[in-house]
Write a protein of this length. Sequence first.
Length: 291
Amino acid sequence: MFSKIRSSTTDFDASRLPSTRWQSFIDILRNRWSVLLELGGVLFAFALPLLVHLMLVRVAVFEYNLAYDQGLIDRSFAMMEIGQTLNAGNLMVMPLLLIFGIGLSGGLRILRQLIWQDNVFFFHDFKQGIKAHLRDVLVSMAAIGVSNAAMWAIVFDASNREDGLRTTFVVALSVAAFVLILMVSVYVIFGSVLYALPLYGMVKNAILLGIRTMFQTLGMLLVVTLPWLVWLFPLDNWVFPVILALMVVIFPMGMLALMEHTFSVFDKYINQTHHLAIYRKGLYSDGDIQA
């Protein structure tokens, strides 16, 4: 309240105002990074049960592999126990994703406010986001959780079979189904912050947009998920602190990037025709600056 008022060290330059979604992303990272960090901390709290569970599953698998390497159990027993552990773990992921979805639904409104260049009243907006977006986020999280569990169950079962071509086809189909559900869920989740549609309408739009922008959306998802490949590294003391940093710092940035991407898609295919009030909202053009 009594902190010193700071003034800009440079004159106003209209050319620095964001006029594209990429520029908006950079502008938010530069000027509103503290809000992103605060959001990352809150999302970490909601994700903590999921992260701890995933770490415990990794520890259990590591112990079975260690016992096999030391000759305490044979390969078939180790494979059976690892498979059961992973399958049970993926089933438990489903309700934990729903817990995380509660926090994510609140965070969506905060990200939208940042993109629209609106004021953020953090906990008020967070609570409003939960009220407004919870249904679509929970449905999406449930779909992701079920498809993830089914995919890994099929992959692990296939690893114990030798009928190559048929097994490969089933595995490829399960992976494709998971990727499709993930892509559609992205448009359902981020579409919920713009449109008040019945669930059927939201999913229908998400499928159409996902198909139209498949390669761009898959590329964005790949970029956003790359940092999380740290889970593939061997267990060590540094792993969980890195996961903490990813959740608090990188995850909000990834969600912001995905929202910017989906907003550009919504602008192109929906907003410029049906919702002019939110078309390119948060961006500036020459006419805006001159006005």
